[in-house]
Design a protein around this ligand. Structure first.
Ligand code: HEM
Ligand code: HEM
Length: 213
């Protein structure tokens, strides 16, 4: 007789959350790419000389201030892309809220936390499982803050938003590091889980069938 040991992690996420997850991965990497490109290849200061050289090669002349305006236009384009990807992220945040409402009771993050809290302290997985689920709750809180601050920056023509633009921008910029931390820990966590006790956890996030034994 085979005894199948079930795990707390052996749940299957419904399609609405799985599709949300992989779209979120895509949009986050796109958003972070714009930030990285902005501070590397498209750094305005570093490109002023390049613009001047190119114009000179074609027989023209351009002073540093004019060249700066050209170089700056490229970084502006990147922020424009960042803003539109950001609207996508805001949409995904709303999607996740709707998902939390419409999925079955046992698939809700809140129910999973409540369920684990009721387990006896001696349950081996309880602490680990709660830590993982709390990290997701913190992620959603940060996502909310990132979305709100991003929207305030995106609609700077609103007078009230314009007044608070500077501190909001600083806070929005700071929040990025919390996401780098989450993504780093999350990736280490899922890879470790996949290679140890929870093989199948990553494919489970794709096909939705719980197969961890
Ligand atoms: C993956 C999540 C995100 C990351 C890592 C991120 C990162 C950043 C960073 C580092 C800045 C520059 C801040 C500074 O210069 O001090 C920025 C600016 C900005 N972000 Fe985000 N952001 C994210 C999500 C969003 C979202 C959801 C929106 C909503 C639309 C948004 C809209 C903006 C806007 C409008 C700016 C100002 C760009 C400008 O200077 O013209 N971002 N973001
Ligand atoms: C390719 C990289 C990634 C892989 C392989 C991956 C894999 C997974 C897996 C297997 C789970 C389910 C774990 C569990 O049952 O607790 C999960 C959940 C989750 N992942 Fe990822 N992930 C990746 C990247 C990301 C990124 C970039 C983000 C966000 C920035 C993210 C956010 C989340 C969140 C919020 C959950 C919890 C979903 C929920 O139950 O509410 N993941 N991920």
């Amino acid at each position: 007789m085979s005894t199948v040991q079930t795990s707390l992690f052996n749940h299957h996420n419904p399609a609405i959350i799985r599709i949300w997850h992989w779209l979120t991965v895509l949009f986050f990497f796109a958003s972070i790419s714009t930030v990285l490109l902005h501070s590397t290849l498209f750094e305005t200061r570093d490109n002023i000389g390049m613009v001047q050289e190119q114009v000179a090669e074609k027989g023209g002349t351009i002073n540093a201030e004019q060249a700066k305006a050209v170089a700056h236009e490229f970084s502006d384009k990147l922020w424009m892309a960042h803003k539109f990807i950001g609207f996508g992220i805001v949409f995904l945040f709303l999607w996740r809220i709707v998902a939390e409402v419409v999925v079955s009771k046992e698939s809700k993050l809140s129910s999973k936390i409540k369920f684990a809290l009721k387990l006896p302290l001696s349950n081996e997985e309880r602490k680990h499982y709660l830590l993982v689920k709390y990290s997701y709750s913190i992620f959603y809180l940060l996502l909310f803050l990132m979305s709100v601050t991003g929207l305030i920056l995106a609609f700077e023509e609103v007078e009230l938003f314009d007044k608070i633009h500077r501190p909001v921008k600083q806070f929005h910029g700071f929040l990025q590091y919390t996401f780098y931390l989450f993504i780093g820990l999350h990736l280490v966590g899922v890879v470790k889980a996949e290679l140890t006790k929870y093989a199948g956890i990553v494919s489970g996030m794709i096909h939705g069938k719980g197969n961890i034994s």
